[in-house]
Ligand binder design. Structure first.
Ligand code: SF4
Length: 364
């Protein structure tokens, strides 16, 4: 079986070329061809010797997920559905703004963590994406938007906030991050690459040590009682532990704050008293808040908070000195708004099993 070189970061690629008896600089060349020039086969790599191209054709491949669907919203938001095999698809969304272009990418097919307000969580879990499938989303977005090393950078920011819990697919996510940050890959700044987690504490510590990029935490509640209901992972890593992990993360983080994501659910977590509790909860963690008006989906059982409640909530936090943004709903007409990154998941009904693995796995 051929080795898909898209699964390797520079270190892995260098090792691979050494095993082939090739010089380390070949890894850099091939990496630039794949990620900066969008090469899909080795014959395009004209500065490699013919004999090496022949060898690569025999032993290796560049397998990019296939495009199933592409959509563009009237506000410029773009969405791609990529085929990751066996009836599964993952979504990637590009959100253009005046000062930046943000790509939101997925890390798993579905998600095992079952946050009750999340449409991905409701679809079940199939499998982790490979590093090639994760970085393939950035590859596709660049390709679709005609990005080359010579023209201006269209994608300035990447957020891992699509389908899945990135920390539950740690190794593949770290490999993909390494390619994003590498000057021979996409050359993105650590400050502009954000991993979002629902609070997998041991992995937050690991990420801090191996690849400290910007961190967003899906907080969504101001106390354990509410969070246990809507983010079940909280039963394993309650708020006190999560706040301590955020503080530890900040020691090495490229930004001096954590972004707390907070979905506004009518009557559940959106009262003034919750905002005041939140202020107390995060008092030792430098942070910003991103309030996300809930995007209802069929049978979700939740309603979006009223604009008035969101305003009051925001004002309380702002008056306490916090930077607070209220997420604008973008790409509504193509279902690309937050919480609507659904993709196509063949639930293997392994959700329960996966959940057990996560819980048991972290105990050691
Ligand atoms: S909010 Fe994130 S962690 Fe929770 S179920 Fe959805 S994708 Fe998974």
């Amino acid at each position: 079986m051929k080795t898909n070189l898209l699964n390797y970061d520079l270190q892995g690629l260098t090792r691979h070329f050494a095993d082939m008896g090739e010089k380390p600089f070949r890894a850099k060349q091939v990496m630039r061809w794949m990620h900066q020039s969008g090469a899909q086969n080795f014959d395009e790599m004209t500065d490699l010797a013919k004999s090496l191209r022949h060898k690569l054709n025999e032993q290796a491949s560049i397998e990019i997920p296939k495009l199933m669907m592409s959509q563009e919203s009237s506000d410029g938001t773009r969405k791609w559905l990529l085929d990751v095999g066996t009836g599964n698809g993952v979504e990637t969304v590009f959100i253009p703004e005046s000062d930046r272009g943000t790509l939101c990418i997925s890390s798993q097919v579905g998600c095992a963590l079952e946050c009750t307000f999340c449409s991905t969580g409701r679809q079940g879990f199939n499998r982790n994406l490979t590093a090639a499938e994760i970085i393939g989303q950035l590859w596709w977005a660049n390709k679709a938007m005609g990005v080359t090393p010579k023209n201006e950078r269209v994608i300035s920011n990447v957020v891992m906030m699509g389908m899945g819990e990135p920390m539950a697919n740690f190794d593949n996510v770290v490999t993909a991050l390494s390619i994003m940050l590498d000057d021979h890959g996409y050359g993105l700044s650590r400050r502009r690459v954000t991993v979002s987690t629902s609070g997998m504490v041991p992995q937050m510590d690991r990420l801090r040590d191996v690849m400290p990029v910007a961190l967003a935490v899906s907080l969504h509640a101001s106390n354990d009682e509410v969070r246990n209901q809507i983010v079940p992972l909280n039963k394993k890593y309650p708020l006190k532990e999560l706040m301590a992990a955020c503080q530890r993360y900040l020691v090495k983080a490229p930004r001096d704050f954590i972004t707390f994501e907070y979905v506004m659910l009518d009557g559940i977590n959106d009262k003034a008293q919750h905002a005041r509790e939140l202020i107390e909860l995060v008092k030792d963690v430098p942070c910003k808040f991103n309030l996300i008006p809930f995007n209802p989906f069929p049978n979700s059982g939740y309603e979006r908070s009223s604009n008035e409640n969101i305003r009051v909530f925001r004002d309380i936090l702002q008056q306490a000195g916090f930077v607070v943004t209220v997420r604008k709903t973008r790409g509504d007409d193509i279902d690309a708004a937050c919480g609507q990154l659904a993709g196509q998941v063949q639930d293997k009904t392994r959700r329960q099993q996966k959940w057990q693995q996560i819980l048991i796995g972290q105990q050691g």
